[in-house]
Design a protein around this ligand. Sequence first.
Ligand SMILES: [Zn+2]
Ligand SMILES: [Zn+2]
Length: 425
Amino acid sequence: MPELTSSDSFIVEVKESKRQKEVGILLEKIRKLATSNAEEVVALRHHFHTFPERSWEEVETSKKVVDVLKGLGCTILKTGFGGTESGVVAELKGGKPGGCVALRADMDALPLQEENAVPYASQTPCVMHACGHDAHTAMLLGAAKILAEIRDELPGTVRFLFQPAEESGLRSGAKAMLDEGALDGVDSIGGLHVWSLAPTGTVLYRSGPVMAAADAWYLTIKGKGGHGSSPENAVDPTITAANLVLNLQAIVGREVSARETAVVSTGVVKAGETVFNIIPDSVTMNGTVRTFNPAVQDTLEAAIRRVIAGLCAAGRCEFELDYRRNLPATINDHAVTMTAKSVCEAMMGAENVKETELIMGSEDFSYFERKVPGTFFFLGTGNPEKGTNNPHHHPKFNVDDDALPAGAALLAGFAWARLTGEVRG
Ligand SMILES: [Zn+2]
Ligand SMILES: [Zn+2]
């Protein structure tokens, strides 16, 4: 490449600064639109909060989403996933040609009795939006409204994914949407989760692995029951179970590099009933495994299988093991994450945008990021004065409504920035 003369570089600098100014003006416009739409987004959040629906049952929520999107001039591509009536995929075509960026919101509530005394509290017993997916749905509708208002300036298409069943464990809504073509033709994807552990007005991001893979194991150790006074006539599975509880921890300590992150936890150990002098026939044990690196995940599964087989053989026990890989790790693409970070910094102030530490929880957004480069980032909604800093999945979890306009603006800004390619980290 020829070297730039000083006058060439001057022209480049002028063009750069003009472009940066235009970018700044557009992001400011998005922010203003989000502020003027704030009441509507809060009202939508309260509506979804009042009428929560559990995983794969988000039928009325989906209908409401379709109504709002149709009113904005979006094209509904598909409703109903996984053989249900839950889930919506829609598109907004911009006024100029370009690529396709997807934005995702999950819509499901949890089987929990709400303990918040708010006018918009859940009207369904034992079902509650305790993870903030009501806010996600409302904020994505808010983003759709903003993008519809700047439609003529959009180079390309925005695909909206309103996803069922993020919380359902084995039957992931994201996987079903992916399998049914929700990301076909999409270049990149963004998802935003409210985060009560971070203060309102802040955003957390991370490039690379951000949330863990979640595996589950279900084990039955079969011995031979007998009288507690004569263990020599029995095969005691509790000894093998006790050995296992301790030796599973040694796998993390001895077989995983200290530079990696991994957790093995035993959540259930059940042996015998209430009788003190009976050696039980069998013990059931369940647990979870969390990792970020797929190679570490492979190592742990193989080691857990080996240690279980070895200790059961040593204890003369038979066993049945069901090892399931429930969710892959959420791994953010660097370039897409840097776009999100830059948009967040422009809109929220660089001092309010921080890198999150690794999160040991998991997210089925991970499936989308296996198909296209994406980023999953976090909007602070914790405000101790309003009591919105309880942990997620708590019966008093709530979202600070003041954070919602920023969430809608960030999603819209991210989509615009990905399409234009104007904002890079
Ligand atoms: Zn959750
Ligand atoms: Zn969630």
